[in-house]
Write a protein that binds this ligand. Structure first.
Ligand code: IDP
Ligand code: MG
Length: 149
């Protein structure tokens, strides 16, 4: 089983979308194994968005992502990084397909509601930035025999 790091950004939290978004992943059959609510520290933002620190949009991104609490969570499942990125949709919500989270709930690239790791390697790195091992639960979902062949 693979894990991925997901985060509902401050716009998603303020707009009351936490439940809607988590439900989509739960209904798909993915397993929620960690979750917490917090305002990201400067240090964690720099680590999380290390690849973007020199981009022209970085200051705006940092201001946005620290403007209020985020909901950080980890889901587990087979091929989960690819599946969750598909469910999230393209980075720019104006171009995300209808039916994806960004396609259904957002309009512009600067406030696109949710973050999801883009590869299994990124997921391991991001989970380690935001969670300690004891914050992640291992358990069997009772419906697993009807989800995985
Ligand atoms: P991703 O979130 O789909 O992986 P990335 O290219 O990794 O997209 O960018 C990280 C985040 O930075 C985006 O989700 C978005 O919030 C923000 N971002 C990316 N490009 C722009 C931009 O051109 N203007 C403003 N914000 C941007
Ligand atoms: Mg990215």
């Amino acid at each position: 089983m693979e894990r991925t790091f997901l985060m509902i950004k401050p716009d998603g939290v303020q707009r009351g979308l936490i439940g809607e978004i988590i439900s989509r992943f739960e209904r798909k059959g993915l397993k929620l194994v960690a979750g917490k609510f917090e305002v990201l520290s400067e240090e964690r933002v720099m680590a999380h968005y290390a690849e973007h620190v020199n981009k022209p949009f970085f200051l705006g991104l940092k201001r946005y992502i620290t403007s209020g609490p985020c909901f950080l969570f980890v889901f587990e499942g087979k091929d989960i990084v690819r599946i969750t990125r598909e469910m999230i949709g393209a980075t720019n919500p104006a171009e995300s397909s209808p039916g994806t989270i960004r396609g259904d709930y957002a309009l512009e690239i600067g406030m696109n509601v949710i973050h999801g790791s883009d590869s299994p390697e990124t997921a391991s790195r991001e989970i380690a930035i935001h969670f300690t091992p004891d914050e992640i639960s291992s358990y069997v979902r009772i419906d697993e025999p009807y989800l995985y062949e």
